[in-house]
Structures are given as structure tokens and as C-alpha cells.
Design a protein around this ligand. Structure first.
Ligand SMILES: C[S@@+](CC[C@H](N)C(=O)[O-])C[C@H]1O[C@@H](n2cnc3c(N)ncnc32)[C@H](O)[C@@H]1O
Length: 274
């Protein structure tokens, strides 16, 4: 087929226009895909990497409620490691002076720490108060821990603890402070309810994942200074399994033995708790 010059001129302006539109459509599609990718990344970061912490306490708790039944499978803990690297050093830190201990485990989750101690067969004389803001996590903890009379479960936020000052011999909070609305205030609460001479055990997030939680984690020096400025002594910081540091400290003051696990007054106060 042969085109004459006039045909070519009559088609060309139309094609030019088409190409222009196609060009715009392509650009818009690419922008749309980039926007979708950004939204997907933001959702992944907000809900999975940082577990809802930048969206507020309600979202964090909602996510834990949602995943409570899968939490232990996701974590896939080796129980022997839990006994060796968690329960045994923890009980060694408590020592004889604070026995029989009344222990508060804040953000206990599915009861990881009390379960490790129970499995180790150590501290049979301890009494535990297990607090968590997620009802479903607490429910799993209740199912995992036998001998229920040794455990008191409290469903409530750690931002304001429902206990009087200097009530517990030992206070713990593992892998949780970074998910609280105000980690420093939560730390102050942990220290407030600890007896003078009592033992504090917390974890501080480190490792490659920590960079995705800006404003929520502390450097080793920061955590040391935070504790020191709050009257804590014997501060010990060392690596703890993956992605965390183990931070232990003793509240300044004299510990008047024994621990409160069998103190009738303390037990009466525990019974009054919601
Ligand atoms: C990563 S899990 C750690 C659980 C347990 N300590 C462990 O080591 O397996 C974090 C826990 O903190 C709890 N949590 C988050 N924010 C909280 C808050 N403001 N008050 C009390 N618990 C909270 C969650 O419900 C969850 O059970």
C-alpha cells in the first residue's frame, strides 16, 4: 500500500496526541504503583516491624490479642535454652537474700519467664504477679502455667501499676518496654513498686532491628544512665539471646529479709487486686 504525502500529514498529528496521552498514562501508572508500594511498606513497618507502637497502645494490644495463639509458635523458643539462659541466671541473681520472692512480671505475654522458671524446678517458693495489657496473651499464660495458686494474673496497662510503692522483691519486664506508650514512665513505675534492695530485670532492644524503632530504644550508655539517675545500683548489662540486652540492677537501700511471697499482709493486698 502506498501513502501519499497528504495521508501522512493527516495521520501524524493524531498519533502525536496518542503518544502524548500514552506517555501520561504510563507515568500515572508508575506513580500509582510507587504509591501502592510505599503504602504497603508503611503498613508493613507500622504493623509488623514496629508492632503498632507508633499508632498507640490500643493498636499494640489489639495486635497482641490477635496473635496471642500464634505467639509461641512464631517465637519458637528452645525450652532448654530458656532454662539455661533465662531461668538459671535469673534465679542466681535473686540469690538467697530475697527468698521467698514476690515477683512482678510486667508484660508477661504468654508467661515466658515464669514458665521457664517453673520448668527449671527452681524457686518453688516464689509467688508471681503476672500483668499484661493483652487479655488473650494472659489467657495463654494461664493455660501454660500450672499450680495456679502461685500466680496472680492482672489484665492492665503497665503505664500505671496498681500496686503501692516498694511492694515487690523482684520486678521484671522482658522484651516489652519499647512497645509501651512512654517507656521511661513505664520504667519509673517498675522501679517505684520495687523494694529497696530489690532486683530489677529488663531487656533493652539492640541488633539490626533496633534501627527501625527510632525514639523507642536506648543505647547501652543511655540505659545505664537512666538506671543510675533513678538510684539503681549493681547495674549489669550483657547480650541476651537475639536482638536484646539483658539489664539487671538493684534498687538502692537495705533489703530486710525475708522476701514477701509468704507475707500475710502482702497476700491480703494481692487478694484485693482486681
Ligand atoms: C514481645 S511481648 C513480650 C512478652 C514476654 N515478656 C516475653 O518475653 O515473651 C510484649 C508484651 O507486652 C505487652 N504489652 C504491650 N504494651 C503493653 C502495655 N502498655 N502494658 C502492658 N503490657 C503491654 C503485650 O501485650 C505483649 O504481651
Amino acid at each position: 500500500m502506498v501513502y501519499n504525502k497528504q495521508d501522512v500529514y493527516s495521520i501524524h498529528p493524531f498519533c502525536d496526541h496518542c503518544i502524548h496521552i500514552l506517555h501520561h498514562l504510563l507515568l500515572l501508572t508508575l506513580l500509582f504503583i510507587a504509591l501502592l508500594a510505599l503504602i504497603a511498606l508503611a503498613i508493613y513497618w507500622l504493623f509488623f516491624v514496629t508492632e503498632g507502637v507508633y499508632l498507640g497502645e490500643k493498636v499494640v494490644v489489639w495486635l497482641y490479642d490477635l496473635y496471642a495463639r500464634h505467639y509461641d509458635t512464631i517465637k519458637d523458643w528452645d525450652l532448654q535454652d530458656e532454662i539455661e539462659y533465662l531461668a538459671q541466671p535469673f534465679v542466681a541473681l535473686i540469690g538467697e537474700r530475697r527468698r521467698p520472692p514476690l515477683i512482678l512480671d510486667v508484660a508477661t505475654g504468654t508467661g515466658r519467664l515464669p514458665l521457664a522458671v517453673q520448668l527449671s524446678g527452681l524457686l518453688p517458693d516464689a509467688r508471681w504477679v503476672l500483668l499484661d495489657a493483652s487479655n488473650n496473651m494472659l489467657q495463654v499464660a494461664k493455660e501454660r502455667l500450672t499450680s495456679h495458686d502461685r500466680y496472680h494474673f492482672i489484665h492492665q496497662s503497665a503505664q500505671s501499676l496498681p500496686f503501692e510503692d516498694a511492694f515487690f522483691d523482684v520486678v521484671t519486664c522482658l522484651e516489652a518496654l519499647e512497645f509501651m506508650p512512654d517507656p521511661i514512665h513505664a520504667l519509673d513505675e517498675l522501679i517505684r513498686v520495687l523494694r529497696p534492695g530489690g532486683l530489677l530485670l529488663i531487656t533493652n532492644r539492640t541488633g539490626p532491628g533496633a534501627r527501625w524503632l527510632p525514639g523507642r530504644i536506648w543505647t547501652r550508655n543511655q540505659v545505664f544512665q537512666l538506671l543510675k539517675s533513678r538510684g539503681m545500683t549493681a547495674i549489669g548489662i550483657r547480650p541476651f539471646l537475639v536482638d536484646y540486652e539483658w539489664v539487671s540492677a538493684v534498687k538502692k537501700g537495705v533489703f530486710i529479709s525475708p522476701g514477701r511471697a509468704q507475707d500475710p499482709l502482702a497476700l491480703a493486698k494481692l487478694r484485693e487486686l482486681p
